[in-house]
Ligand binder design. Structure first.
Ligand code: 5GP
Ligand code: MN
Length: 367
C-alpha cells in the first residue's frame, strides 16, 4: 500500500513516526546497474585498475581479485599502484604483474594512455593517488569507481559505491557475482578477497561486518581456501624489529587521557629508524589502546621524510572521517580515517590534535 500527501501526514500524526534526517545519496550508496557495467566492459579491452597511495590489504586484495577475474574473462588488464606496499601483501596472486607508478612512471603513463577503461578501487578522490592522480585526470578513458569510503568525488562514469560495505573486497565480490562471474571465483581470487575483508574489519570484528560478509566468506572458503594460511601470511610474518617497535610504542610512547577516553602515540623518524622501520610496520598499532577499558578514540602519528602521517580510529559515534577532513587534510570512514599534519613538525601536529580534544569532548564521549 502506498500513502501519499495528506493521508501520509495524518497517519504520521497518529503514529508519531520519527523519520530519519535526510541523508545525501553519496553518504549511503550509489550502485549503477549491471547492464551498464556489462556494456562498458564489453567494449573495453585495455583495462587498468588503480588503487590508493600506500596500498593496504583491502586496496591490493580488491585490485588483484578484480585483476584475476578480468584475466579469466580474457581482458588485457594491468594493476597500477601509486607507490610500493608492504612485503606481507606481496604474495597475493597476480602481485608480480603489478606496475608501481613511483618506480615506472613512463610505463604506467603509457599503459594509462592506451587504456579505454580504468577501475578506481578503495578510494574516491584523485588526491589519494599523489602524482598518479594527474595521469587519471588527463585520461579520456571511462572510469568505474568501486569503493566504500565516505563522500565520493564525481569523476567516475559508473559507480559501485556503498559506505556500508565492510571493505572494497566485499563490493568486488558483489560486482563479480553481479556480472555473472560467481563460478569463476577460484582459490586465487578468494585469497585476494579474504585478505581485504580480513584486514579492513580487524579480522571480522568491526561493526561493518554483517551476515552478508560471513556469507561471502563462506563462499570464499568453499573454493578450498585455508583461512589459517591467509592469517599467517599477513600476521605471522613480522620481523623481530617490528615486534620490538610495537613493544616500544606501548611501553614508552602511548599517552592515555582517561577523562577524554583518548589515547595516542607519536613516533619521530629517528625512533622509527631505530627499529629499522619497513613499509607496513606501523600498520595496526593505532588500534592497541582500544584494549584499555573505556578508550574510544585513538590516534597514531608518525614522521617520515619530513611529513607527518596520522591514523585516527574511534569506537561508537565519533566521526573521525569528518575530524580528519576538517583538521588534518584527510578522510576515510566514520570509525577509521587518516590524515596528515598541516605543518611538517611532529610536536606541533600533536599539540594541534591535543588542542582539538576539548572541543570534541562531547562527541568523543557520546556512546
Ligand atoms: P590508515 O589510518 O590505515 O592509513 O587509514 C584509515 C582509513 O582512512 C583507510 O580506509 C584509508 O583508506 C583512509 N585514509 C587514510 N588517509 C586518508 C586521506 O588522506 N584521505 C582520505 N580521504 N582517506 C584516507
Ligand atoms: Mn578499504
Amino acid at each position: 500500500m502506498f500513502l501519499c500527501g495528506s493521508k501520509l501526514k495524518n497517519l504520521n500524526t497518529q503514529l508519531k513516526i520519527k523519520y530519519p534526517k535526510f541523508v545525501p545519496q553519496n553518504k549511503i550508496m550509489q550502485k549503477d546497474s549491471f547492464p551498464k557495467f556489462k556494456a562498458l566492459l564489453k567494449k573495453s579491452n585495455n583495462i587498468v585498475i588503480v588503487t590508493h597511495y600506500n596500498p593496504d590489504g583491502d586496496a591490493m586484495g580488491s585490485s588483484l581479485a578484480l585483476y584475476n577475474y578480468l584475466m579469466k574473462v580474457e581482458k588485457n588488464v594491468t594493476v597500477i599502484t601509486p607507490n610500493d606496499y608492504p612485503e606481507f601483501l606481496q604474495w597475493l596472486p597476480g602481485n608480480k604483474k603489478v606496475v608501481e607508478f613511483s618506480k615506472n612512471q613512463k610505463k604506467a603513463a603509457s599503459i594509462i594512455t592506451k587504456s579505454d577503461l580504468i577501475f578506481t578501487l578503495d578510494f574516491n578522490n584523485y588526491s589519494r593517488l599523489e602524482g598518479l592522480g594527474e595521469l587519471l585526470q588527463n585520461s579520456t578513458a571511462k572510469k568505474i569507481l568501486i569503493d566504500h569510503h565516505q563522500q565520493p568525488d564525481t569523476y567516475a562514469t559508473l559507480m559501485f559505491h556503498d559506505v556500508k560495505a565492510c571493505s572494497t573486497c566485499e563490493l568486488v565480490h558483489e560486482f563479480i557475482v553481479g556480472l555473472g562471474g560467481k563460478k569463476l571465483i577460484d582459490k586465487n581470487i578468494a585469497a585476494c578477497l579474504y585478505t581485504g575483508i580480513m584486514t579492513d574489519t580487524g579480522s571480522f570484528r568491526f561493526d561493518s561486518v554483517t551476515p552478508k560478509t560471513h556469507l561471502i566468506l563462506a563462499d570464499l572458503l568453499a573454493t578450498g581456501l585455508h583461512p589459517s594460511d591467509i592469517h599467517s601470511a599477513i600476521y605471522d610474518t613480522y620481523s623481530e624489529s617490528r615486534v620490538k617497535l610495537l613493544g616500544y610504542c606501548l611501553t614508552e610512547k602511548m599517552v592515555v587521557i582517561p577523562e577524554l577516553q583518548t589515547a595516542y602515540m607519536a613516533l619521530s623518524e629517528t625512533e622509527l629508524k631505530r627499529f629499522n622501520n619497513q613499509k607496513g610496520d606501523t600498520e595496526g598499532i593505532v588500534n592497541y589502546p582500544f584494549s584499555i577499558k573505556g578508550i574510544t578514540f585513538c590516534a597514531f602519528f608518525s614522521e617520515s621524510e619530513g611529513k607527518i602521517k596520522i591514523s585516527f580510529r574511534s569506537k561508537g559515534k565519533f566521526d573521525v572521517n569528518q575530524f580528519a577532513r576538517k583538521h588534518f587534510n584527510g578522510g576515510g570512514h566514520i570509525n577509521a580515517a587518516g590524515g596528515r599534519g598541516t605543518i611538517s613538525n611532529l610536536e606541533t601536529t600533536v599539540q594541534e590534535f591535543l588542542a582539538l580534544l576539548p572541543v570534541y569532548k562531547k562527541e568523543i564521549l557520546k556512546k
